[in-house]
Design a protein around this ligand. Structure first.
Ligand code: GLN
Length: 494
C-alpha cells in the first residue's frame, strides 16, 4: 500500500472526541469556543461538502453555554456532534431527506438524542442521507448530494453519508448514523473513519424513523475506535420505549480498549477476492498480515449462504419498508397533495407520488408485491429461511474464530452519478455489510489504507463478531489501529 503524506488541513481545535473531551475538561478550550470553531468550519466547508441538511446554530451555542456555566455535564460535555436526519429531535426538523417530511417537527427526541444530551454533547445539526435511509451513496436525498471530503467528485457512501462526511471533513467531532444493511460501516469506509453497527437491540430505536425494523440499528461514527467506543458508552442500553432493546448490562467500552487481545483468532471467509477492487484486496491482505504480526492467528471460515445475503436483504428490507412507510399518506403523516382529488384513495396516491422519490417508491412496490397473497411464500418466506441459514453460518464460524475480517465495501468511493441510474449495481455495493444486519450481530469498519491513484481514497476493513461482542470487537479494532496510522490522515480540503 502506498504511503500517502497528507499535510495540514488539521483544524486548530482538537478533532477527535477523546481529545476534545479532555481539552474541555482541562479548560484548555471552552465548549462555546469549540462549538463556534466547528460552526465556522461548517460555514467554510459546507458549500463543497453538503454534509448537513440543517445546522442548529442557536441550539448548539445555547447548549455549549450551559456546559461552560457548569449546568450541563457528563462524559461528552461540550463535544459537538452531528445527527443523521432520520433521528427525531424536538429542535429543528426531522426530514429523512424526503419531501414527505420536509417540514416535520418531531414532538419528541429519539432516545439516543436524549442520551447524548444527558451526556453533555452539543448537537450541531442534522445530516444528509439517502431518502428514508434507502441507498448506498446519499444521492437519493431529495435535497442535495453530499460529496466525499477526500474527492468531491465522489460519493461519501450511504445512507449515512452526511454523518460520515461531516466527521471526515472535521465539521463534526463524532456523529450518529443508522445501519440497516451497511449504512454506517460503508460510508465510514469510503470516508476513512470508524463506524460501528451495534448488536440488534443494544441501542434503542425509539425515535429512529423506521426503515426495516428487524434490521435497523443506531450507531456511532468517530475518527478513532476510542471515539466510537465513547459514543457507544453513552447511547447503549435498555429503553422501556423500545421493546426490542435488551437489558444486558452495558460494559464500559473504553475500559480495556488499549489492552491487546491475546490469542485472537481471526476468521477469513473463503469467498474473498471475487469482484473486489485490487487496492481493496491489497489493503485486506496487508491488514491480515498486520494482525499476524500482532500475534493473531488466521483461520479460514465458511459462510456458505453469504452469497444469498443481498437477495434476502433486498426482499426483507423492502417488505418491512412497505409496511413502515404506509403511515405517510398525507393524513396520518407527511406531505399532502394540493391537487384536486375525488376521493381519499386519490388523496393518498397523489400525496405519496409527490412525497416519495424514485428509490423509495421502488422499494414500496417490491415490498408490497413480495408480501402479497400468492407471492408471500415464494419471496418473503424464502428470504426468512435464508435469514436463518445465514445466522447459522455465523454461529458455526464463530465456533472457530473470535472475529471475522472482510472488506467493508468491494470498492473505494465511486463517482457521483456512476451507479445512480442502475439500482442493481448500487445494491451490490452492500455485499459485505448486509449479512451482519440479517444475523443481528455487531460490525465495525475501520480505516485500513488508501488507493494508489493520484487522488488517494480511503479503504476500510470490516470486523464482525458474535452478538454482544462489542467489547472484544472494539479491542480487536483498536489493536490494528494502534499499529497503523491510517486514522491520523486528513483529507486536503479547500
Ligand atoms: N444500502 C442499503 C440499502 O439501500 C443499506 C441501507 C441502510 O443500511 N440504511 O438498503
Amino acid at each position: 500500500m502506498r504511503r500517502v503524506q497528507h499535510r495540514p488541513p488539521m483544524p486548530d481545535f482538537p478533532d477527535t472526541l477523546i481529545a476534545a473531551r479532555d481539552a474541555i475538561a482541562a479548560r484548555q478550550i471552552s465548549a462555546v469556543e469549540l462549538t463556534k470553531d466547528l460552526l465556522a468550519r461548517i460555514e467554510k466547508l459546507e458549500p463543497s461538502i453538503g454534509a448537513y441538511l440543517s445546522v442548529t446554530t442557536d441550539h448548539a451555542i445555547a447548549q455549549a453555554k450551559l456546559v461552560d456555566e457548569g449546568k450541563r455535564s457528563g462524559p461528552l460535555a461540550g463535544v459537538p456532534v452531528a445527527i443523521k436526519d432520520n433521528l427525531c429531535t424536538t429542535f429543528g426538523t426531522t426530514t429523512c431527506a424526503s419531501r414527505m417530511l420536509e417540514n416535520f417537527r418531531s414532538p419528541y427526541d429519539a432516545t439516543v438524542v436524549r442520551k447524548l444530551d444527558d451526556a453533555g454533547a452539543i448537537v450541531l445539526g442534522k445530516t444528509n442521507l439517502d431518502e428514508f435511509a434507502m441507498g448506498s451513496s446519499t444521492e437519493n436525498s431529495a435535497f442535495h448530494v453530499t460529496r466525499n471530503p477526500w474527492d468531491t467528485s465522489r460519493v461519501p457512501g450511504g445512507s449515512s453519508g452526511g454523518s460520515a462526511a461531516a466527521v471526515a471533513a472535521g465539521t463534526a467531532i463524532a456523529a450518529l448514523g443508522s445501519d440497516t444493511g451497511g449504512s454506517i460501516r460503508q460510508p465510514a469506509a469510503l470516508c476513512g473513519i470508524v463506524g460501528l453497527k451495534p448488536t440488534y437491540g443494544r441501542v434503542s430505536r425509539y425515535g429512529l424513523v423506521a426503515f426495516a425494523s428487524s434490521l435497523d440499528q443506531v450507531g456511532p461514527f468517530g475518527r478513532t475506535v476510542a471515539d466510537a467506543a465513547a459514543m457507544l458508552n453513552v447511547i447503549a442500553g435498555h429503553d422501556p420505549k423500545d421493546s426490542t432493546s435488551v437489558s444486558n448490562e452495558v460494559p464500559d467500552y473504553l475500559a480495556d480498549l488499549d489492552t491487546p487481545l491475546k490469542n485472537l483468532r481471526i476468521g477469513v471467509p473463503r469467498i474473498l477476492e471475487q469482484g473486489i477492487d485490487a487496492d481493496v484486496n491489497r489493503a485486506v491482505s496487508a491488514a491480515i498480515e498486520k494482525y499476524k504480526e500482532l500475534g493473531a492467528s488466521i483461520v479460514e471460515v465458511d459462510l456458505p449462504h453469504a452469497e444469498y445475503g443481498i437477495a434476502a436483504y433486498y426482499v426483507i428490507a423492502p417488505c418491512e419498508a412497505s409496511s413502515n412507510l404506509a403511515r405517510y399518506d398525507g393524513v396520518h403523516y407527511g406531505h399532502r397533495t394540493r391537487e384536486p382529488v375525488n376521493d381519499i384513495l386519490e388523496l393518498y396516491s397523489k400525496s405519496r407520488a409527490e412525497g416519495f422519490g424514485a428509490e423509495v417508491q421502488r422499494r414500496i412496490m417490491i415490498g408490497t408485491y413480495a408480501l402479497s397473497s400468492g407471492y408471500y411464500d415464494a419471496y418473503y418466506v424464502s428470504a426468512l429461511r435464508m435469514r436463518a441459514l445465514i445466522k447459522r453460518d455465523f454461529d458455526q464460524a464463530f465456533a472457530k474464530c473470535d472475529v471475522i475480517l472482510t472488506p467493508t465495501s468491494p470498492t473505494p468511493a465511486f463517482k457521483i452519478g456512476e451507479k445512480s441510474t442502475d439500482p442493481l449495481a448500487m445494491y451490490l455495493v452492500d455485499v459485505f455489510t448486509v449479512t451482519c444486519n440479517i444475523a443481528g450481530i455487531p460490525g465495525i469498519s475501520l480505516p485500513a489504507g488508501f488507493t494508489a491513484g493520484p487522488t488517494p481514497l480511503p479503504i476500510g476493513i470490516q470486523l464482525l463478531g458474535p452478538v454482544f461482542s462489542e467489547p472484544m470487537l472494539l479491542r480487536a479494532a483498536a489493536m490494528y489501529e494502534s499499529a497503523t496510522d491510517w486514522h491520523t490522515r486528513r483529507p486536503k480540503l479547500v
